[in-house]
Design a protein around this ligand. Sequence first.
Ligand code: ZN
Length: 681
Amino acid sequence: MDNPLLRAGDLPAFDAIRPEHITPAIDALLPAANAALERAVGAEVPAEYEALSAALDVPLERLARAWGAVGHLNAVANTPELRSAYNENLGRITEFHTRLGADERLYAKYKAVMASPAAQRLRPARPRALANAMRDFVLSGAELQGEAKQRFAAIQERSAEAAQQFSEHVLDATDQFASYVDSARLAGVPADIVQATAEAAAAEGKAGHKLTLHMPVWMPLMQYAHDRALREALYRAYVTRASEFGPPERDNTALMRELLQLRQEEAALLGYANYAELSLVPKMADSPRQVQDFLRDLARRARPFAERDLAELQAFAAEQLGLQALQPWDLHYASEKLKEARYAFSEQEVKQYFTEPRVLEGLFNIVQTLFEVTIRPDTAVTWHDSVRFYRIERNRPGADRPELVGQFFLDPYARTGKRPGAWMDDARGRWARPDRADGQVQTPVAQLVCNFAAPVGDKPALLTHDDVITLFHEFGHGLHHMLTQVDDLAVAGISGVEWDAVELPSQFMENFCWEWEVLSRLTAHVETGAPLPRALFERMVAARNFQSGLQTLRQIEFALFDMRIHAEADAAADVQRVIDDVRREVAVLIPPAFNRFQHTFSHIFAGGYSAGYYSYKWAEVLSADAFAAFEESSLFDAETGRRYRREILEAGGSRPAMESFKAFRGREPRIDALLRHQGMA
Ligand code: ZN
């Protein structure tokens, strides 16, 4: 049969791929990848970069692109049939890659490539690609022998299990709480929440309102319920989930200890002093010490502003709300009231100014001006009528026609069968393919996916300011992927970029959404065509920085806790002591003694953020400081734009992110710009 997933075309035939194509395609591509692995580790393929890449990377890329197309459709055009075909194959794809990543024969081959005389003469970027590959083998335990190797595998398996149990406990503890109250206690709560909680109670044949700890219910209750005792009860229930205060079968205390011990053991097996050190090996940050210094410096600078935020809130709560001695369960409530009193503006009003065509045109103009490219509509087969396709071109001096740099799909609107959120995916990467005789370089293709409200009637789609920021953010990832000039797949564009530096180009683009010079041109009222009023813009900026001092210290509290429990040998024995310590050091508002936040900190116990939570702030510092280079010259300064394009975007993963940053900025990153952008300077 003609299987579109097996067609050797440029781009996937999205309109022709059916669920029944998936298993047969993987049946063909997976054995081919396996055979390629067997061949690559044999004597037939010389220990030499090009030969190994031709033997292995070509079939692996073929598998990755087919599976990538399937995964993409699973996310944007889901059906029950597609989902089951996807899930049917997911296990064997994962198994193959796990095996590939720890294959000792392949590791030996890479070592031989590394040791060969030709390795000294590799063209730029390739040494980095090789070094990354070697590093990943080592971190997957490829160097371990005998008992140590077995123990390493056992640790991986048990850690995955324990992490899964941790998140199940959080989920169950959240789900199993319910409190039933009568409507008198819901004074102040928005009508939709009052109604939804009444319906939830009625569905169980109960009178009154069913209150839960799920965010869409819990948060509005904390923000709006006048009943202080109710807020206190809900606060207590929320911050004691999955702890010793609940049923023992959902208590995460022992799991946290076990996970931390397993991680320290894994680090020791690989020769590191602690897990934090191990976690930082593939990251931009150098050492746990550097990360902690960074967090403490930021804490010290944010502290006066957090103290000011708190004093303002306390004064407002006492004078306007009659709340003396502000308690933890008053914070959301008083903050919401203060925010309303100070910066009230309607999201609906703002939306009228951001029409999608105007916003896109404005975004494209910024990119074209700054990075010396042209963006034009292009044609490709897509997965939905509303999806668009564009090409990015550059005029090279002396060339008779523009050169294709990259292409992208833009899938803007929410619809049934499409996963919520927004993201950028690479459909293919830039690559001087070893299997192409004509010397043509494969150009990158990106998929930009958002979930904006679709247009209604004959009016254009209206975006909220948050939507606009999201679009710029994802486009920043897209530019990182598409403007790369690196020819080696493993380090081209976003590939091979350190995990804590990946958000630099995306958050960088967000900054434009807070510039008057940009917004005044990006906006046109859907009825009148008038630009966003300046006064409204000023209120939006003020609201953005509302309580930024408190918010910053809160993030630092989490990040410092995460770093310390993974860096200190005895932390596992007494997690509570570490978080108490961190709070005494950092927080301006010490939570009550019964607060067990850490028992639901899934990011670090069940997600990928262990000894990595700092990266949120880290990337914000990088992107703010990079943007400050434009503020210091001018927003559309040609030379700064060119330098950013070359040193950050075009360089991709071909060198350490710190080198790229320094090449652009002429120095190491500083935190001043972030503090200034957030009103803390
Ligand atoms: Zn992002």
